[in-house]
Design a protein around this ligand. Structure first.
Ligand code: DGL
Length: 224
């Protein structure tokens, strides 16, 4: 069984991507809506909250845990791996590398939370791939609130998306990286706003394939 958690319903996009390729796999999804959002919380607090989610998933019998939250991955995945060495963890990371490689303008917009931008994972990856590519970082916390309210389309959402995306597009960004698992829920609106100017880069499918591979590894080790 595969366990997923996020601060809220955002990480469902990763669960949905996984179920598209492994429809028969049993899964559990936990949303920590009581403490959502995680984005501006101190990293020690995100570690503490993530630990509680993992305890609950393991108690339910999960053999693989997906940290379906970029903020929790940034703050907690190293700690979780060291505290549960026998559990494989799959985390989220903004897809800056594929975006940088495919960008023609050399300008990439990245949407994420403050916590994700402050994390070592994002800092080291973006520094490593940045040769010649400019990353423009944008915190869009209000997108998280829209998604948690179930408001993923309409005039208010489109205005909010325009407000965040237009400055990135005007600066020449031709790739917009979704570095928060809540944001793919607004993807149709983003695609409308960015049409003809930028592609939206969503790592959900790549992470889903990684989960499937990890699960196969776990099972093949167990059967040896
Ligand atoms: N879904 C979380 C992420 O991927 C962020 C939402 C929040 O701030 O809690 O970073």
């Amino acid at each position: 069984m595969v366990g997923f958690f996020d601060s809220g319903i955002g990480g469902r996009c990763v669960l949905d991507a996984f179920l598209r390729i492994c429809p028969d796999e049993p899964t559990v999804y936990l949303a920590d809506t009581e403490h959502c959002p995680y984005g501006n919380r101190p990293s020690e607090e995100v570690v503490r909250l993530s630990r509680r989610m993992v305890e609950r998933l393991i108690a339910r019998g999960c053999e693989v845990v997906v940290v379906a939250c970029n903020t929790a991955t940034a703050a907690a995945i190293d700690t979780l791996r060291s505290e549960w060495p026998s559990i494989p963890f799959v985390g989220m990371e903004p897809a800056v590398k594929p975006a940088a490689i495919s960008s023609k303008t050399g300008v990439v917009g990245v949407l994420a939370t403050r916590g994700t931008f402050g994390g070592r994972l994002y800092r080291t990856t973006s520094a490593r791939v940045s040769g010649g590519v400019r990353f423009i970082e944008c915190v869009a916390d209000e997108f998280v609130s829209f998604v948690e309210r179930g408001e993923t389309s309409g005039i208010r959402v489109e205005a909010a998306v325009r407000k965040r995306l237009e400055p990135l597009l005007d600066a020449g960004a031709d790739r917009i990286v979704l570095g928060c698992t809540h944001f793919p829920h607004l993807r149709p609106v983003m695609e409308k706003v960015a049409a003809g100017r930028a592609e939206i880069v969503d790592p959900s499918d790549a992470v889903a394939r990684r989960i499937r591979d990890v699960l196969q590894e776990v099972r093949s080790c167990a059967s040896k």
